[in-house]
Design a protein. Structure first.
Length: 209
């Protein structure tokens, strides 16, 4: 009796199965297995693709954040440098203005103080009023001049206001004094002290019952 090897026996068995009609079922099983494998591979591919996209997005966000921070730092530095330049320019301009204003104020103060002493000389030079005829009162106006008084020939009385600044605008009080003078509302008043004192004593003396 001839012995048959296991391989040949398995092959013969498969042939028998194939020829007995079991082969279609095996094919469908194989197709099903292949479909399962394809589905599993597709799911893994989808997951892997999602992970890759997420990782790429994360890398992009990190890069974008770093770039924005770099741009922000550069912009802040430029703004700071620009602000320093503008501040230095403003400071220099303001210092120049302050110095100029201080000089003007000092000059005005000096002119104002010296002007009180120079004014009588200027008035004499321009208006022919002897400094001896000028009296300084300070407020509400600067001077009262009695033109010609020192020569024994008084001509007129003048109210004089001196301005040492750029403007010649009068104050409200000065304007009112000027209006009174120009309206002729000026009068002479003689005060005799003994008479006035006696008058006052008479008014305050108690009445006898």
């Amino acid at each position: 009796m001839i012995s048959i090897s296991p391989v040949k026996q398995l092959k013969a068995t498969l042939n028998e199965v194939y020829f007995e009609g079991i082969n279609p079922m095996f094919e469908w099983l194989l197709i099903l297995i292949l479909l399962v494998i394809v589905v599993v591979l597709f799911i893994k591919y989808s997951r892997l693709r999602g992970e890759i996209e997420q990782r790429a997005r994360s890398i992009f966000e990190e890069w974008r954040k770093k770039e924005l921070e770099t741009l922000k730092e550069e912009y802040d530095k430029k703004v700071e440098d620009k602000a320093k330049i503008l501040f230095e320019k403003w400071k220099m301009e303001e210092e120049a203005k302050i110095r100029e204003d201080a000089i003007r104020r000092s000059a005005a103060t000096i002119i104002g103080k010296v002007g009180e002493h120079l004014a009588p000389l200027i008035i004499f030079s321009n208006y022919g009023i002897n400094p001896k005829d000028i009296r300084f009162i300070g407020t509400p106006i600067d001077f009262i001049a009695f033109k010609g008084l020192s020569n024994g020939k008084p001509e007129k009385i003048m109210f004089i206001e001196v301005k040492s600044g750029k403007t010649t605008t009068l104050t409200d009080r000065e304007k009112k004094v000027k209006e009174l003078v120009e309206a002729g509302k000026v009068e002479w008043k003689l005060i005799h002290l003994p008479t006035e004192i006696e008058k006052t004593l008479q008014e305050t003396k108690p009445i006898k019952k």
